[in-house]
Design a protein around this ligand. Structure first.
Ligand SMILES: [Fe+2]
Length: 216
């Protein structure tokens, strides 16, 4: 690899890291304060998140893993998938929200979440780069969202916090791997401009809907 190419990769990595951090900050600011919401409003957001992410994240990772070509992106998807499946994160999320489920089954919210889950999965079909970009964005926004989710859980008197506890250090490692994956996949395709623009719009739109931002 020539010096110029190494420099290009570093620049692209720096730019991608910066853009991902900015999106995570935007999502952090988007979240309504836990103290300002009623338990019903908090439960709505927590369940909306669970209904959207629980059935979607592993399929999105798997579909993207099948499509990516760079060794870094293959590694990032596979190691993240091993963690999601091996530790059974959907079951962890289930245990976190189960006390809310029993009281607040809302079929219209579930239908909306189903539609959002379908849209999220369609991102993996757009292209390998798009899929891995959405995954990197979600993993970064998760870092901003997990402390909020844990706070909401405490206010709602939930009891099993394994999900929010497990999504700390592992997510930081996954976010780092996925950032490199975006860069490697982009360089493989010779795409170095505006990689995250459209995926960012899609992820911010999803977050606004999941966190009921318009509503509160
Ligand atoms: Fe997870």
């Amino acid at each position: 690899m020539s010096e110029l190419q190494v420099l290009d990769e570093r620049q692209l990595l720096g730019k991608t890291q910066h853009e991902l951090r900015m999106v995570a900050n935007t999502v952090g600011r988007m979240l309504p304060s836990v103290a300002s919401l009623t338990p019903e409003q908090l439960a709505d957001i927590v369940l909306t998140y669970a209904d959207t992410i629980r059935p979607t994240f592993i399929p999105l990772l798997s579909l993207t893993w099948l499509r990516v070509q760079s060794p870094e992106a293959i590694h990032a998807c596979r190691s993240n998938l091993e963690c999601e499946v091996g530790e059974d994160h959907p079951a962890m999320l289930d245990r976190f929200v189960t006390p809310l489920w029993e009281e607040r089954i809302d079929h219209s919210r579930r239908m909306q979440a189903k539609q959002r889950a379908g849209v999220l999965l369609s991102y993996a079909e757009k292209s390998a780069l798009y899929g891995v970009s959405v995954l990197a964005l979600l993993e970064h926004t998760s870092a901003a969202f997990m402390p909020w989710l844990a706070d909401a859980g405490r206010k709602l008197q939930l009891t099993d916090f394994t999900y929010t506890q497990m999504h700390g250090e592992a997510d930081i490692a996954h976010a780092k791997d996925l950032t490199q994956a975006v860069v490697s996949e982009a360089l493989l395709l010779n795409v170095t401009q505006d990689i995250l623009v459209k995926p960012t719009q899609d992820v911010l739109h999803l977050c606004r809907a999941m966190f009921c931002v318009e509503q509160y």
